[in-house]
Design a protein around this ligand. Sequence first.
Ligand code: GLU
Length: 448
Amino acid sequence: MNIDEKLQPILDDVIRRNAGEREFHQAVEEVLSSLGRVIAKRPYYADNALIERICEPERQIIFRVPWVDDKGQVQINRGFRVQFNSALGPYKGGIRFHPSVNVGIIKFLGFEQTFKNALTGMPIGGGKGGSDFNPRGRSDGEIMRFCQSFMSELFRHLGEYTDVPAGDIGVGGREIGYMFGQYKRLTNRYEAGVLTGKALFHGGSRARKEATGYGATYFVQSMLQTKGDSFDGKKAVVSGSGNVAIYTMEKIIEFGGKIMACSDSNGYIVDENGIDLDLVKEIKEVRRARISEYARLKGTGSHYIEGGSIWDVPCDVAMPSATQNELTGKDAATLIKNGVIAVGEGANMPSTPDAVRQFLEANILFAPGKAANAGGVATSALEMQQNASRDFWSFEETEGRLAKIMRSIHDSCAETAEEYGAPGNYVLGANIAGFVRVAESMDALGVI
Ligand code: GLU
């Protein structure tokens, strides 16, 4: 990635002051590599250390999470919340429970979230949290006790006007319920707007669960439309089999596409007849089992491949929806060789810088995560809106608003790319449009 010479010292400084935080360096480098054109056009953005301030989180909280497992043994995990930027609204962003979580991962996610949230046009700042707790194989009681302990510290840093978490990898409706329950006990407030992704009876929003996957599919649909094309009859590969992947597949099927493969961290399944989504939902949402079960239960036409790369499966549209850096330069080369026409990132930063470069050079329609997967957090903001007005909207009403927001994010990325002399480059468009919104808001607040 090429960085403007005025911006290189900022990146050097971020790397020096955040030693070892590889993913955070990668996310900052990716955004800074788009900003050369901005400061050339509007030099005042390079004044007042505005970019340096945007790269520095407002607050970082790291805490001990002790809990007791089913054997009566005390376990210790580490909890994080990085409150990255509140220029546009309360900190907003999910909580991730995964053994790979560390401060660098949470910082990269919080940094991305800040621009993503800005792109939605909703009044939300950026933040992210999580823990290195591994939920795999843990009982319901263990999950509950962990969530309660996690919230016993985190609650003092939250509030509907301060910081509003939601889910991410390893955190879904069940975990949000336990955390909301603990928040309510500790504060003696039924403050529904403090968390999003809640169950309907706690003030959750219809279509929130579906929103990230649906939104990413709407975004790719808009990109295809710019070429007079659509999902109809297209073969798609969607990595992952969590919340984002499942509802991406659902929308692609509704739009007339066929899902060839999906995966989990152990391997992937291919189904020549198109993935049976009801079976995937049963395995992942009900049984909480591994995706290898699919081939065992389905039989003919399907097979499971342990390890390997899901991107070896030929497709027209690829939607990486599992985790960061899951799609490498080698995978990108394979996809291009196999004739991929569009790539939409459902996960956060799933393509490595080398992969992104290859997609852009090959003129593939490429939707970066911070734009394509913004539908989840946008619908979280709609949930906050419903909570503030004590209202509940229908599924159609909520999905309609989501579709409109995704269209507007698409258009603003496309127009910004055009304005800055790189038509069709959604990476540049998303980075610049998100940055400009955050930067202008910060600047107007004085030196913050
Ligand atoms: N974790 C999701 C994301 O990466 C959703 C965050 C939210 O709804 O606050 O955007």
